[in-house]
Structure formats: structure tokens, C-alpha cells
Ligand binder design. Structure first.
Ligand code: PLP
Length: 234
């Protein structure tokens, strides 16, 4: 049976609430980022009417086309790999970038944000699993990156992000989410830079991520339904 958007949102909220209860957390400490990539403005507006306020887009070009067509007053996050030549657009569109994956990108975003006079929040993407197909800093690169942060004035790096390798069983993601949290705790201890946000968990593994300390979950298909195939019919 085809579930309505409202039913899907209720189910996500139930899943989030249950995971929070299991891990003794307050669900108000958790941000649901509705990942709207590939979905039309109408779907965004429907979720906005149901109370969702924060939306995530992977591609700057798609976001630039879509955002003006959506309800105003929404908060947009960039969640995908960002090329440096799109940094100025990203700064104009997004209040948070989840996927800073090189120092050169970080410095480019800082200079674009300075030119635009805009502040942007950011997470460093960490390739915890070491999969070669993934973007992100290797864990041993991160302490060096943290040394750069105090001289940034417009980009506020306040967290880490990771994507677990694809797995059928969400429990397989746990080790990666736990590792990100443990690395975060160690770096905060050693470097003293606060990293309160952990952006981890998607449709398939959000409960495990919450149990391991996620503060932001990025949920697409479980909210919007099966993703339309590029160029094909649904
Ligand atoms: C697409 C995407 C998501 C959402 O994935 P779903 O499985 O549809 O929930 C989350 N994070 C990133 C970085 C993505 O690209």
C-alpha cells in the first residue's frame, strides 16, 4: 500500500523517539534533516506544511533551481560532496555544509563566506570506514585540520559527519558511528575545539546512529518515498 507523506513522517518520528528512549536521550536534541535531493518542490512544501523546517540537498545546481520554488523560511543544508568552484553558490544557499572534505575546500568556503558577509556552519566529513570510494578526511588528518579552525571567521566548524558503508543490516553501521563519536571525544579532549554535532544516520540506519550519539540524521527515502530515477519514470 502506498503510504502518505504524513504517515511516513509519523513513522520516522516514532523511530526517532524509540531510539531516543532506548538510549536515554531527549529527542529535542536531535535534528531531522529531510533529504530532498531528486524530489520536487511540491514534496518539500508538503513536508514543510507538516512541520519539517530543515532540508538537505546534495547538488548545488539542483538546490539552486529548487529552493526558489519551495516555501520560504526553510533552512537548507548542503550534504553532498562540494566542488570548490561551487563554494560561493553553496554559501549563498545553505546555512550548514555537512561535507567539508579538504582544507582547500574549507579555505575556499571561508573566503566565499567572507565576500558574501555570511556565516555558515560546517561539519568535517570523516571517512571512518576507510572505503576508497568515499570522500572525507582520513581520521589521522583531522587533528591537523582542527588547528586551522581558530583562524576562520565566517565558517563555524562545530561537528563531524560520516556515511556508513552500504549494508543490509543497520547493525553493521554501528561500529562506524561509534568510532566517529569516540574520535570526536578524543579530538575534543586533545585539541580543545568543541565539536558538538555528529551528522550520521540515514533512512536505513538512523536508530543505530542515534544510539551512538548522532545529533543530526539525514533522512531521504524513508520520508519522501522511493527516489525517482534520474530521467526515468517513478
Ligand atoms: C541521499 C543522502 C542521504 C539520505 O539517504 P536515504 O537513504 O535516502 O535516507 C543522506 N546523506 C547523504 C550524504 C546523502 O547523499
Amino acid at each position: 500500500m502506498n503510504e502518505s507523506m504524513e504517515q511516513r513522517l509519523e513513522r520516522i518520528k516514532d523511530r526517532i523517539e524509540a531510539a531516543c528512549i532506548r538510549s536515554g536521550r531527549d529527542s529535542s536534541s536531535l535534528l531531522l534533516v529531510a533529504v530532498s535531493k531528486t524530489y520536487p518542490p511540491e514534496a518539500v512544501d508538503m513536508l514543510a506544511r507538516l512541520g519539517c523546517r530543515v532540508f538537505g540537498e546534495s547538488r548545488v545546481q539542483e538546490a539552486a533551481q529548487k529552493i526558489p520554488l519551495c516555501a520560504s523560511g526553510l533552512d537548507w543544508h548542503g550534504i553532498g560532496h562540494l566542488q570548490r568552484n561551487k563554494a560561493a553558490m553553496a554559501v549563498a544557499l545553505f546555512s550548514r555544509l555537512h561535507s567539508i572534505d579538504t582544507v582547500r575546500l574549507l579555505e575556499k568556503v571561508e573566503s566565499c563566506a567572507a565576500s558574501a558577509g555570511r556565516n555558515v556552519h560546517a561539519c568535517l566529513e570523516v571517512n571512518v570506514s576507510g572505503e576508497s570510494s568515499k570522500y572525507g578526511f582520513a581520521p589521522d588528518e583531522v587533528p591537523g585540520v582542527l588547528e586551522v579552525l581558530p583562524r576562520l571567521r565566517y565558517v563555524q566548524v562545530d561537528g563531524l559527519m560520516t556515511i556508513a558503508p552500504f549494508a543490509q543490516d543497520p547493525e553493521d553501521s554501528r561500529v562506524h558511528f561509534r568510532r566517529l563519536r569516540e574520535l570526536r571525544d578524543k579530538w575534543v579532549r586533545e585539541v580543545g575545539w568543541p565539536l558538538k554535532e555528529l551528522s550520521m544516520g540515514m533512512s536505513g540506519d538512523m536508530e543505530v546512529a542515534i544510539e551512538e550519539g548522532a545529533t543530526m540524521v539525514r533522512v531521504g527515502t524513508a520520508l519522501f518515498g522511493p527516489r525517482p530515477k534520474p530521467g526515468g519514470s517513478v
